[in-house]
Each structure stands twice: as C-alpha cells, then as structure tokens.
Design a protein around this ligand. Structure first.
Ligand code: 13P
Ligand code: ZN
Ligand code: NA
Length: 281
C-alpha cells in the first residue's frame, strides 16, 4: 500500500533524519528505489517530474509504485515533483498519488500563495499533503529549467506556510538541480533561521552532486526530505553504456536494464544511509 508523506516527514522531523525522495522515469528505477529501501528497512519517496508524466501518465507510476510497495511491504509514498500547474496536481491526486508538490516559485509571492492554496484546497479533500517552494532553486532538471536561484527569505517563510497551509516547505539555500559546475555555497544558516519560524518539515532539492558531508550537514540543520534525480539518471545510463560496450550484440532489454536497476538500487542505498533513514520503516 502507498502511504502519504505526512507521517513519514513528521516522523523524520521528530527523529532528526531525512527521508530520501528519488526521481523515477520507468519501472526499473521504481524497482531499484524500493528494493534499496527494503534492504535497509527505510521509508522512501518515489517522485516524478511534470515532464516524466508526459512520458508516462500518472496512472502508470501509481500501479508501479503500488506493486513495488506491496511486493516489499515497505512504506512507499508516490509524489509529484515540481508540479507545473493545478491541473497536473489534480490529475495526480485523482490517479492515486499520495503526495504532491506545486511549484509556483517562478511566480510573484501572492500568486505563488494563490496557486498553492488552490492545490491545498483540492488535496485536502483526499488527505493528500502538499509541498510548495518559496524562493527559487536554480539549475536544470530534465526539461525543467529553473535558471538563477533565489534564496528563500526567512522573513517570508512563516507567512507563506500559514497562508498556504502546506505540509512541507521546499527551501532554496544554494543547492541547484543537475550536477554542479563548481562547488556550491550552501547557506545552512538560512535553514536554521527558517526552522525558527515554521514548524512544517523542510525539503532540500538539488541534492545530486553534493558531498556526503554536505548532505549530512543538511540533515543536521533540519532538512527532512532530500531530493535526488540527476545522479540516478546518470547511474542508470552509465550501467547501460558499460553493459553495451562489453556486449554490443545484446538485444534483450533485461540484459542491459538488469545492471541499470541494480546501479540505481546501490546508489539509493548509499543516499538512504547518508539521510539517516535506514531502519526507520
Ligand atoms: P538533482 O538534479 O540535483 O538531483 O535535484 C533533484 C531535485 O531537486 C528533484 O526535485
Ligand atoms: Zn527539485
Ligand atoms: Na544538484
């Protein structure tokens, strides 16, 4: 059974750890993520971006995630990552997603609040928690170009959370989507300031390319959900390339996707360990 992110993230907040949220594009990645969680007895979040849902509609991921959760017995949440608009959040909730993010970070403050409220009102009918972003996390993730980052203003965070009624808050503290061209300057002090004003769990995006040390500091400073996408895509594709270089005549997808899903599983296990969520299922 799929669970929502509500209790998962509140438990993480109370326990001082983070739940890993991993982006999937296909069945093999869903398998790798959930089997990593099973091996470490960890709660886990599978998430899909708006552009991934143009590749496969939400209902595909609902059934894949349910199958993975049922076959392992793990608490698995299925989350819409960077929901582009109200309609997509609505479609995901109607299809069986157990958590959604609405990303109004490109909008002015009042408009971001308005679209977040609209999604929250709809989600409330089904008991589905909503994540929203204040500030702007920069970089590029698949088709989602977020450009320059804009740090979250701790002075606005409480008003944003109170007026939107969201369950978790994505904050911009210097992380970016994709792999970093140069070492990012992370402003964890800002996390501490934000935590003083809001009580909902905080979400760190753009975790691919961060050192384990930086990730651990993020957890220590109070990030309760950490998003990984790019590193999974790289690991998956690198395993396929390596397999095909060695066996150029293979044509059975199981032959080259098998090692790819194992590569995802191993990477996810390492990230779960750093997040501190192993053994928390
Ligand atoms: P990365 O591209 O750094 O993996 O970021 C993932 C993310 O924030 C998904 O929302
Ligand atoms: Zn993100
Ligand atoms: Na990143």
């Amino acid at each position: 059974m799929l669970v929502t992110t509500k209790k998962m993230l509140n438990d993480a907040k109370n326990g001082g750890y983070a739940v890993g949220a991993f982006n999937a594009e296909n069945a093999e990645m869903v398998w790798g993520i959930v089997h990593a969680a099973e091996e470490l007895n960890a709660p886990v979040i599978i998430q899909t971006t708006s552009s991934t849902l143009k590749y496969f509609p939400p209902v595909y991921f609902v059934h894949m995630a349910k199958a993975a959760a049922e076959s392992t017995g793990m608490p698995v949440a299925l989350h819409l990552d960077h929901g582009a608009n109200f309609e997509l959040a609505e479609e995901c909730i109607d299809s069986g997603y157990t958590s959604v993010m609405i990303d109004g970070s490109a909008l002015p403050f009042e408009e971001n609040i308005r679209v977040t409220q609209k999604v929250r009102d709809y989600a409330d009918n089904f008991g589905i928690p909503v994540e929203s972003e204040l500030g702007k996390i920069g970089g590029k993730e698949d088709d989602t170009e977020s450009g320059e980052s804009q740090y979250t203003d701790p002075g606005q965070a409480a008003e944003f959370v109170n007026r939107t009624g969201i369950s978790s808050l994505a904050v911009a503290i210097g992380t970016a989507h994709g792999i970093y061209a140069k070492k990012p300057v992370l402003d964890f002090n800002r996390t501490t300031l934000i935590k003083k004003t809001v009580s909902v769990p905080l979400v760190m995006h753009g975790a691919s390319g961060l050192s384990d040390e930086a990730l651990r500091e993020g957890v220590e400073k109070g990030m309760n959900k950490i998003n990984f996408a790019t590193e999974l895509r790289i690991a998956f594709t690198a395993a396929i390339k390596a397999h095909m270089a060695e066996h150029p005549n293979d044509f059975d997808p199981k032959k080259y996707l098998g090692p790819a899903r194992i590569a995802v599983k191993e990477l996810v296990k390492a990230k779960i360990q750093v997040c501190g969520s192993a053994g928390k299922a």
